[in-house]
Design a protein around this ligand. Structure first.
Ligand code: CO8
Length: 374
């Protein structure tokens, strides 16, 4: 018997703090000017490069980002710190990312009209986990009182979609009855707020989705997963060298290459055509083309990337309703971006409408799901 698998609820937890481009640029420029004054001699000698100044106008034009949410604001705008000041929690306290995950998960359960007894798998999928073990998913499982099992998975920008693929397969195979896919994207600790080219890109958020069989779903907004498709292709153009081997390498745990860094132009040029080809290929498996898609919940890294991809697919500009953008307020939230777009823009669709959820980015990795409103 073929099991119809659905997404029956979504949750979005938005952190209480936000930082505008202007605030971020003011702090960065003060830091850069202080750095340049302190290193004037080496800069004049050519031993060091001066830190260039950032601009709020550039950021908005180049990325579509106007502000970002942060889990903790304290420290990020402090010129003598330039990183969030997140208090250390004891082992017997709830960890930061588990807290974010639980807040989003509760909202997803509510939207899906489900409780802990209906779930038997928890997947925490995001770009970073704050520790290796015990898995955050198991901590979240314990807090929510879920029986069964949980695991963490990291696929950077595609963690959320790749986790949804795993959830789909588990429900289809009958090895799970209800899966919670949660994306606590705590990106701010990995952002280099001293780097003009990347200080503006990321924000914090947590999203969650409930995946179950259609026959158990009883929520008002249910989307059947018609199919999934994924591809990866190795690239060093988006990289973080942060990892547990640093201690044995004697490398600096605060070094710049331990933080997010990228060749943004190359990423833009290489990922856009990959994404277009991937999406067209996925749609063609159903004899669909772009005109059959009512809603595009695309990865949210850069508005110009989304516009280019949408134009290539549709041969016209999409309306803001067709391909919603959340970058302006949320910035790039790693794997959660397309899920935020889904969360905020799915209730108006009617039975039979087709939507496409797609992530693209670091790895490189692309993950898509074709969804049909029930
Ligand atoms: N202010 C003023 N000027 C600037 C700034 C700034 N902040 N930054 C760069 N410039 C300057 C550059 O130095 C350059 O000057 P010049 O022409 O003199 O050399 C000029 O502006 C143009 O620079 P770029 O060519 O780099 O500018 P772009 O138009 O390409 O825009 C972007 C830069 C916005 C980074 C763009 O290239 C981009 O978005 N590319 C795609 C990036 C992308 O999708 N990356 C994936 C992100 S990774 C991901 O989604 C998940 C990773 C895991 C999570 C990580 C969590 C921390």
């Amino acid at each position: 018997m073929t099991v119809s698998v659905v997404i029956s609820g979504s949750g979005l937890w938005t952190p209480p703090h936000s930082i505008s481009n202007e605030e971020l640029v003011t702090a960065y420029n003060a830091y850069a000017q202080q750095y340049n004054a302190q290193h004037q001699v080496e800069i004049d000698r050519g031993a060091l490069s001066a830190k260039p100044l950032s601009s709020a106008e550039f950021i908005e034009k180049a990325s579509g980002i106007r502000s970002r949410f942060t889990y903790i604001k304290d420290g990020i705008l402090d010129v003598s710190r330039m990183r969030p000041n997140i208090p250390l929690r004891a082992d017997d306290e709830l960890s930061d990312q588990a807290e974010m995950a639980v807040l989003a998960a509760k909202k997803a359960l509510l939207a899906a009209n489900k409780s802990a007894e209906d779930i038997d798998v928890v997947i925490v999928a995001c770009a970073y986990t704050q520790r290796s073990y015990p898995a955050l998913a198991i901590e979240v499982q314990e807090v929510l009182g879920i029986k069964g099992f949980g695991f963490d998975m990291l696929v950077a920008c595609s963690a959320a979609t790749f986790a949804l693929h795993r959830a789909y397969e588990m429900i289809a195979a009958g090895t799970a009855k209800g899966v919670l896919v949660i994306n606590p994207e705590l990106t701010s600790p990995q952002v280099n707020y001293c780097d003009r080219d990347s200080h503006f890109i990321f924000g914090d958020v947590a999203t969650a989705l409930v995946v179950e069989a259609a026959e158990t779903a009883n929520a008002p907004h249910v989307f059947e997963i018609l199919s999934t498709q994924a591809v990866t292709s190795y690239s060093n153009n988006i990289r973080s060298n942060f990892g547990y081997v640093s201690r044995a390498n004697d490398s600096n745990p605060f070094g710049e290459d331990m933080l997010f860094h990228q060749e943004g132009r190359k990423v833009f040029k290489e990922v856009c055509p990959m994404a277009v080809e991937h999406i067209n290929d996925h749609l063609s498996r159903h004899q669909f083309s772009a005109i059959n898609v009512k809603r595009w919940w695309l990865h949210q890294a850069n508005i110009n990337m989304n516009n280019l991809i949408s134009r290539k697919l549709l041969e016209r500009d999409p309306s803001p309703q067709e391909a919603p953008i959340v970058l302006d307020t949320y910035a790039n939230t790693a794997s959660a971006g397309s899920i935020i777009a889904f969360n905020l823009n799915h209730q108006d669709l009617v039975s039979g409408d087709i939507g496409l959820l797609c992530s693209f980015g670091a790895g490189y990795s692309i993950g898509s799901l074709i969804l049909k409103k029930q």
